[in-house]
Design a protein around this ligand. Structure first.
Ligand code: ARG
Ligand code: ASP
Length: 719
């Protein structure tokens, strides 16, 4: 009896796609999703969302800098994205005197909009299913290498055959672990200017304490503008450029949201892995996440100490700190959520059902045992890889300079002087911005602490000889790989000495680099790592990837009625759900909408995370919300829904049943950050800023009414 019930439950789990789960390709909305979306309340058709022959919603959706999403909200190229997506740019324009992080920034006319060299905005012009052409002459009896050889030959041909304009690009990407391929024709704009950003007390309210947390009260938005050449095509920054004219931009609804309302989020989710075997989940929760969390915790505690003591350091390290803290906290939530929702056991149950459905002689029967074997080999190496990349690749900053120096040396030795010169030029530019936000004393402390963690927690076999006792002492018995020794002796952390070093002729630059003690140390570390970890690991991962492709195919064949969506891979996707609260724990229910009252509740005068400006306090006191108040008279701040999102979806529009912008996606609720591996509709929620709060800040708080005037505010619920 019990097993029939589990069977039925499993059957339901497998066949019903929960409204909310899934990141769908716009190309297939008609066949896979339209009916369900309409049944959930959507008034649009699939063609209104994605259409290559006329303007559709997709023409308003923009990949921002390749790492976030943004959307057009005016006929004059005005882009809305998150504050944390534009953070690097806002910070770069900030100084102690003109502190846009602290005070906010508002261009009061077009002339005041600020250029951001290197920042891009990419439109998707067309998506084409090229699976058949890419997989031509591929058959299942090929070895992985044979298969790859055929595919890469096909890829170049297919890419060359795709018709495009001179200003367009094409990229072909694998889906479902390489079982399908899609081509994306894109247009990338290169003159993107900063138009407006609220102060951090709004745009980053709650900072790291509230990051990944619901209830949330952050006005996480900023405004940019796309500029184009006079013919509306992409161009480098120029004074001749004019605001971009688009085929579509999103009207903004100021009627607000209620529990149960349909929502759709359109954007560029970065990476998910929803179809992994259960062993992989175990590896994440038991081995990899705990290691990464502990390393970042250490680094963050050191940086935090300095930031709290010095305002200049706070500005210098704000962006870096936020980036490191972001995933540190996410991994904690992810592990907790995976454990709490029994993701491992759920996958196990699924695997049991999968195996049961396979014919006795199916070759797919080998898949899961093979995974078990491969992960057993992989886990210890993946652990060291994550350790190395967190310590050496990520958190000790000076290692970055060492990596660049290494590239410079090899560009000379492998390719000669011309390559050396061109890389040197790029390196000098990167170093300028590196040193601008670099404090050797902080890095030294991080270096000491993290190399110690590495020696303590990683098998000595993976440590460079220099790290082992007996080798690390100099003639006077001093520890040569301690931060205080090494970072004193190296020139990499001393800007003017380093720039001097780089100014010499190629030969002498290379010699000086090779003699640098930090270079010698990091090089020897990397050599051990490459030989003992990277190489064997990549051989195993090659097999895992290939097995994962077969497992994906097997899952799709074994559950033919289930609707599968491809894992996120930074390509354009639509996800949809409803505004809804959730139970984070026993007896606790979270409402789906927050109000300005909550900002005031969290207010801590003078605190760097929870301070509120006098201006905002005054607006609150007078309930001076203009047309942006909710029906209950309160000012809405954020809301949550069941949309399935991930990193890269930040800045994505939340769109209502009619195609209007109602909010701006920026985060997920902590309990549900495991949605990258195991979406669970009971606790996975995406967090959006309410469009009315954004408009309120621009209009009532910043007095930038001219920006509101170029938008279209609409009242779909009143009609
Ligand atoms: N957690 C959100 C995302 O992954 C927001 C991150 C930015 N905010 C922060 N306090 N670090 O991007
Ligand atoms: N905050 C994330 C981003 O920047 C969104 C998420 O992970 O939910 O894309």
């Amino acid at each position: 009896m019990k097993s029939t019930i589990t069977g039925i439950l499993l059957f339901l789990f497998i066949n019903v796609s929960f409204a909310g789960e899934g990141m769908w390709l716009p190309l297939f909305l008609k066949s896979l999703n339209e009916a369900e979306m309409q049944q959930m309340g959507m008034k649009l058709t699939a063609e209104d969302i994605y259409n290559v022959n006329r303007g559709s919603l997709k023409d308003a959706i923009v990949h921002f800098g390749g790492f976030c999403t943004s959307e057009l909200i005016s006929a004059e190229g005005l882009l809305l994205t998150n504050h944390h997506c534009g953070y690097g740019q806002i910070q770069n324009h900030s100084t102690l005197e003109k502190n846009y992080l602290k005070k906010g920034f508002w261009a009061m006319n077009r002339g005041e909009e600020l250029a951001n060299p290197g920042l891009t905005a990419t439109f998707i012009n067309e998506i084409i299913d090229v699976s058949e052409r890419v997989l031509k002459q591929v058959d299942e009896n090929m070895t992985t290498s044979e298969r790859q050889a055929v595919i890469s030959k096909n890829l170049s041909k297919v890419e060359a055959d795709i018709k495009r304009e001179a200003y367009q690009d094409v990229s072909i990407r694998p889906f479902f672990n390489g079982n399908q391929y899609f081509a994306f024709i894109t247009t990338t704009y290169r003159d993107i200017r900063l138009v407006g950003a609220p102060p951090e007390s709004i745009g980053k309210y709650g900072s790291d304490t509230d990051n990944w947390v619901w209830p949330r009260h952050t006005g996480d938005f900023s405004l940019f503008r796309i500029y184009a050449a006079p013919d509306n095509l992409p161009a480098d920054y120029s004074e001749e450029n004019v605001p971009y004219k688009s085929k579509h931009y999103l009207p903004i609804s100021i009627d607000g949201v209620e529990k149960g309302d349909f929502t759709m989020v359109f954007g560029f989710p970065g990476r998910t892995q929803e179809y992994l075997p259960s062993v992989a989940i175990k590896e994440i929760t038991e081995v990899l996440n705990p290691a990464k969390i502990s390393i970042r915790e250490k680094a963050l505690s050191i940086i935090d100490k300095y930031m709290r003591a010095n305002e200049e350091i706070r500005i210098q390290y704000a962006s870096k700190y936020a980036r490191v803290a972001n995933y540190w906290k996410k991994w904690i939530g992810e592990s907790t959520g995976l454990t709490k929702t029994k993701a491992y056991q759920k996958k196990k149950g699924f695997e049991k059902e999968f195996t049961k459905r396979l014919p006795k002689d199916s070759p797919y029967r080998n898949i899961l045992p093979q995974f078990d074997q491969l992960y057993k080999e992989r886990t210890p190496l993946a652990y060291v890889r994550d350790y190395y990349s967190e310590v050496a690749g990520r958190n000790i900053e000076i290692m970055r300079v060492s990596q660049m120096a290494d590239r410079l040396v090899s560009s000379y030795e492998d390719n000669g002087e011309a390559r050396f010169n061109s890389y040197r030029e790029r390196m000098i530019t990167s170093l300028e911005s590196f040193y601008k936000n670099y404090r050797p004393e902080i890095d030294m402390e991080v270096f000491e602490a993290l190399t110690k963690m590495y020696s303590d927690n990683v098998d000595a076999k993976y440590a460079p000889k220099l790290m082992k006792s007996g080798n690390r002492e100099d003639d006077n018995g001093r520890n040569m790989i301690s931060g205080s020794y090494l970072l004193n002796k190296t020139v990499f952390n001393k800007k003017s000495e380093m720039m001097n070093l780089l100014a010499g002729d190629a030969e002498s630059v290379v010699n000086a680099i090779k003699a640098d003690p930090l270079y010698i140390f990091s090089k020897s570390w990397k050599e051990v790592f490459d030989k003992e970890v990277a190489k064997p690991l990549s051989a195993i991962e090659f097999q895992i990837d290939s097995l994962q492709r077969i497992y994906m195919k097997a899952q799709m064949e074994t559950f033919p009625k289930r609707k599968f969506y491809p894992d996120a891979n930074s390509t354009m996707r639509v996800t949809y759900g409803k505004v809804n609260g959730y139970n984070p724990s026993d007896a606790v229910y979270y409402e789906p909408v927050t109000y300005l009252e909550g900002v005031i509740e969290k207010y801590k005068p003078g605190d760097y995370e929870f301070d509120v400006s006098d201006k905002m306090l005054k607006l609150f006191e007078n309930k001076d919300y203009g047309q942006y108040a909710d029906r209950n008279g309160k000012l809405p701040i954020c809301f949550i829904g069941t949309n399935h999102t991930t990193g890269g979806n930040s800045g994505s529009p939340a769109i209502d049943a009619h195609g209007n912008l109602i909010g701006l996606n920026f985060d997920r609720a902590w309990e549900g950050t495991m949605s990258d591996y195991n979406y669970d509709p009971s606790i996975c929620r995406n967090i959006m800023v309410d469009a009315r709060y954004i408009l309120f800040v621009i209009d009532k708080y910043a007095g930038a009414k001219h920006l509101i005037d170029e938008m279209s505010l609409v009242h779909p619920k009143k009609n």
